[in-house]
Design a protein around this ligand. Structure first.
Ligand code: PLP
Length: 405
């Protein structure tokens, strides 16, 4: 369990010993050894840790050294090991080599290194069944506040690796939501221009934050709900050499970001003891990716999709209903065991409950997922359910979520 994966090493100046089974590792370096961070972190990454924290007496705590390396290929949990500096020769050279062999040369201290490796916490009061634990995967803890940071980073880095996205090209996407915001951050850090097509009726907050990152925002007619998609497609068709189309609904790197990141993180932290995972359906990337990660590890947890329900149908940012005309092709329905429709009033009520009873200011999809998990918990004898808390609540100030009861 993540909390249990604690101190792994005392790092006297010469060596680092790790004994934790998987998950969070704390490394305490010697007081005079600030540059030991550069040595120890890549060594841990190379040995397959997906999340760890480093503390150094006398120096500030550095946490979350995992980056797009939270997207490390699924591996068996690392074995206890003894890393000695002498075994690596010159520690700085070793650190440099490891860093340059990970993602596209980003220094491990960039903002992008904080994407993924999110906390998984046990909710204290949310379960209606004392024999069922409900855990929350806090995707809202990503740098821009949503699970979409993972896919924005992975889709861009994989396109770079394949040579489809090259320096000087402009990234294009049709979105007004969390994906656009995540792309704004990644494009800014990596120095790409980003052009987003968005319906003209989206909130002022969204327009302002995107322009704050220097995004080129094209507002399209609200008379046609798909006008932003046609806008992006038209842009690519006109100048394919100059633009790179992200296309999250059809991009398998969206799925892989969760298959290599979110899914393994949950599996490793709970050591595979998971009876159900509950997440919202938007592009289907999150559910499909987690399901594939679990299946490949032999974890038979039920995969439960949440869609907006009720009459009139609930509006939950980022989530879709299976009856809508456009269905993202990356969503693999064969992997989904169960779909639950969350009505609007219940979604609002449980999202508020998350704040008051658990301290979490989360978005509406988190409330919808927790409501669905509570229903499951009542039907189960005992077990463990994980809910995905996809985004922060602060993004919903202009909705009635924050209206006093
Ligand atoms: C805020 C939010 N957006 C979107 C989604 C859906 O993700 P995806 O687009 O990968 O289906 C979720 C899933 O829980 C979510 O919480």
């Amino acid at each position: 369990m993540s909390a249990g994966n604690r101190r792994a090493a005392e790092a006297p100046a010469e060596s680092v010993e790790t004994t934790a089974p998987a998950g969070v590792v704390e490394v305490t370096a010697a007081e005079d050894a600030s540059d030991d961070f550069a040595f120890v972190a890549p060594a841990q990454l190379a040995s397959g840790w997906t999340t760890f924290r480093m503390t150094n007496t006398g120096h500030p705590t550095i946490s979350g050294w995992h980056s797009s390396r939270a997207l490390l290929p699924a591996q068996a949990p690392p074995q206890p090991q003894h890393l000695s500096r002498s075994a690596f020769g010159d520690k700085r050279a070793y650190a440099r080599r490891l860093m340059s062999s990970t993602d596209s040369g980003q220094a491990a201290s960039s903002l992008l290194t904080h994407v993924g490796g999110t906390p998984l916490i046990r909710l204290q009061r949310a379960s209606p069944n004392p024999k069922v634990e409900i855990w929350a995967k806090l995707e809202l803890a990503n740098p821009t506040g949503s699970l979409k940071d993972r896919i924005a980073l992975h889709m861009i880095e994989q396109a770079e690796a394949r040579g489809e996205l090259r320096p000087g090209m402009i990234i294009v996407e049709a979105t007004s939501g969390n994906t656009g915001i995540a792309l704004g951050m990644v494009a800014a850090v990596k120095g790409y221009r980003l052009k987003l097509f968005m319906l003209e009726n989206k909130t002022l907050e969204r327009r302002k934050i995107l322009r704050h990152w220097g995004v080129d925002l094209v507002l399209t007619s609200q008379d046609d709900p798909d006008s932003h998609i046609y806008g992006a497609q038209g842009q690519i068709a006109a100048e394919p050499e100059r633009y790179f189309y992200i296309n999250q609904n059809e991009n398998q790197d969206n799925v892989r970001a969760h298959e290599q990141g979110t899914g393994p993180e949950i599996a490793e932290t709970l050591e595979g003891k998971i009876d159900a995972v509950v997440a919202g359906y938007g592009t289907g990337g999150c559910l499909t990716g987690i399901a594939r990660a679990f299946r490949s590890r032999g974890i038979g947890a039920r995969i439960v999709a949440v869609e907006p329900g009720g009459e009139p149908r609930a509006k939950i940012d980022g989530l879709k209903h299976s009856s809508e005309s456009y269905q993202p092709p990356i969503y693999d329905r064969e992997l989904i065991d169960h779909t639950i429709e969350a009505p609007e009033e219940e979604t609002y009520r449980v999202t508020r409950e998350l704040a008051r009873r658990e301290g979490l200011i989360a978005g509406l999809s988190s409330g919808a997922c927790l409501w669905a998990a509570q229903r499951l918990a009542k039907e189960m004898e005992s077990g463990t359910i994980v809910v995905v808390c996809g985004d922060r609540g602060e993004r919903y100030f202009s909705t009635r979520l924050f209206d006093a009861d």
